[in-house]
Ligand binder design. Structure first.
Ligand code: GTP
Length: 253
């Protein structure tokens, strides 16, 4: 089994990507087990095979008087105590790929102390990789342009997730169906020639941005792939990137 953890900022499209990428894998004769690891989610666009909500109740923590973030932190911490049951359920599927949809707010998952333990106990000795999802509508500037600061800061968040979770990673720039032709052209220029981002950066930030570009060109971020979970474009490239990361990419574990 290969484990693919879908992480990303709130509403970046993790759940829809979980659905569409799982369907893409199944269309290519690969079996999939979908795990929902978000204890607080109300609606999912797919039917999870294994669901953390069976074991961990976010509502219970809310009712105990905690606020929404406090309850979420307690709920994520609580996952650790039930991860063996999740693992047992996953093993019953014996699927080629286990796609794990993670909690909505990235900092409440990727940066919690328990998370590396949850991943280790869920994946055990099976190879794991991350897909860090970026909402490309967030990098839009007006209808025709892109914001280089939004773009590079979201990539920076991605590299800190990779560093925190110490797994190979692909970055999926999701929702590209929402970008205009001009924005898509600029985005592919930025991805093909990262130095061209500097043309859109002024002043003192250019030093920081050029250091980030260096990381981008030396692939320290992992691949950056443009996808749409809605139209399913780019999922073949995402699969190829995941393969590269699973077989050839750096594996810190
Ligand atoms: P949380 O876990 O609640 O933070 O959200 P999420 O990251 O799982 O995102 P979700 O899949 O719920 O998507 C958020 C919204 O973006 C939904 O309305 C989706 O339909 C929409 N969405 C997701 N992917 C795409 C995409 O590729 N294109 C477009 N246009 N909308 C998308």
């Amino acid at each position: 089994m290969f484990f693919v953890y879908i992480v990303g900022t709130a509403a970046s499209g993790k759940s829809l990507l979980t659905k569409s990428f799982s369907e893409w894998l199944e269309d290519h004769q690969l079996s999939v087990c979908i795990v929902n690891l978000d204890p607080a989610v109300r609606y999912l666009p797919y039917e999870p095979d294994v669901d953390v909500r069976r074991y961990v109740s976010y509502e219970k923590f809310l009712e105990s008087g905690l606020g929404p973030n406090g309850a979420m932190i307690r709920a994520v911490d609580e996952i650790y105590n039930h991860v063996e049951f999740l693992r047992n359920e996953v093993e019953e599927y014996n699927a080629d790929y286990v796609i794990v949809d993670t909690p909505g707010q990235i900092e409440l998952f990727a940066f919690r102390k328990v998370t590396t333990g949850i991943i280790e106990r869920l994946s055990m000795n099976d190879k794991s990789t991350l897909v860090y999802v970026i909402d490309s509508s967030v990098i839009s500037k007006g209808d025709y342009d892109l914001d280089p600061y939004a773009f590079t800061s979201l990539l920076t968040l991605g590299i800190s997730v990779k560093l925190r979770l110490r797994l190979p990673q692909s970055m999926a720039l999701n929702k590209v169906d929402l970008l205009s032709l001009q924005q898509l052209e600029k985005l592919s220029r930025w991805l093909e020639e990262p130095e061209s981002i500097l043309l859109d950066v002024q002043g003192e930030e250019s030093g920081i941005v050029s250091r980030l570009i260096e990381m981008l060109t030396t692939h320290e971020f992992g691949d950056v792939i443009t996808v749409s979970a809605l139209t399913e474009e780019g999922l073949d490239n995402l699969y190829a990137s995941i393969q590269r990361e699973l077989y050839g990419g750096e594996d810190y574990s």
